[in-house]
Ligand binder design. Structure first.
Ligand code: PRP
Ligand code: URA
Length: 207
């Protein structure tokens, strides 16, 4: 079974609480989602391999480091798109692919409506991002598409996950670690996470 890492940090907990708050407006929700993503990416990238490079300081030449492998970021539209800026703040050279998926409100099954991924991602460190892992259908499908393009090292980053979604994801992709800020209690009858934060896309885009 794949690993699940709950990223524990006082700032993450405090910001996530504000994100959950129903009185948080669209602008703040967006800012918090970006900031939380940046904090989480700091942890996710902890084991990324480095290679040594030379750098010229104003005084002399010395040894330094750069990431040894390219990074590819794949947000799941719509809500994941806002997380892109949070990742790019820390990994500005990452290439970005997009996967558009919406959940059928009745069956809760994922429907893919868009896919554009960078070429040659076989040697890249791929981070798939979406704020919510509910039934797991969307994330399972997105990672399947990314693997279909040849990706071998994939990580999934979300903020709030339901136990049901974690189970489904780990079964489908036991090789892909999940990084979350919180694992919530359960799904309601409409597939929403409880206590959750509501519909992330609607809160971000005012739909
Ligand atoms: C939300 C969310 C995830 C998905 C999670 O997107 O951003 O992509 O639901 O649910 P699942 O784990 O049950 O698949 P939604 O389908 O509402 O689309 P949107 O981002 O366009 O609002
Ligand atoms: N998608 C969301 O945006 N929120 C949920 O609680 C479940 C799915």
């Amino acid at each position: 079974m794949g690993r699940v890492m709950v990223i524990e940090h006082p700032l993450i907990k405090a910001k996530l609480t504000k994100l959950r708050d129903k009185s948080t407006d669209r602008l703040l929700f967006r800012q918090l989602l970006e900031e939380l993503t940046a904090f989480m990416v700091y942890e996710i990238t902890r084991d990324f391999p480095l290679r040594e490079v030379e750098v010229e300081t104003p005084l002399e030449r010395t040894k330094g480091h750069e990431l040894a492998q390219p990074v590819v970021l794949v947000p799941i539209l719509r809500a994941g798109i806002v997380m892109t800026e949070g990742v790019l703040r820390l990994v500005p050279n990452a290439r970005v692919g997009h996967i558009g998926i919406y959940r059928d409100p009745v069956t809760l099954r994922p429907h893919v409506y868009y896919k554009k991924l960078p070429r040659n991602i076989g040697d890249a460190l791929v981070i798939v991002v979406d704020p919510m892992l509910a039934t797991g259908g969307s994330a399972v499908e997105a990672v399947r598409l990314v693997k279909g393009e040849g990706a071998k090292d994939v990580r999934f980053l979300c903020l709030v996950a339901a136990p049901e979604g974690i189970r489904a994801f780990r079964e489908a992709h036991p090789d892909v670690p999940i990084y979350v800020a919180a694992i919530d209690r359960e799904l309601n009858d409409h597939g929403y996470i409880l206590p959750g934060l509501g519909d992330a896309g609607d809160r971000l885009f005012g739909t």
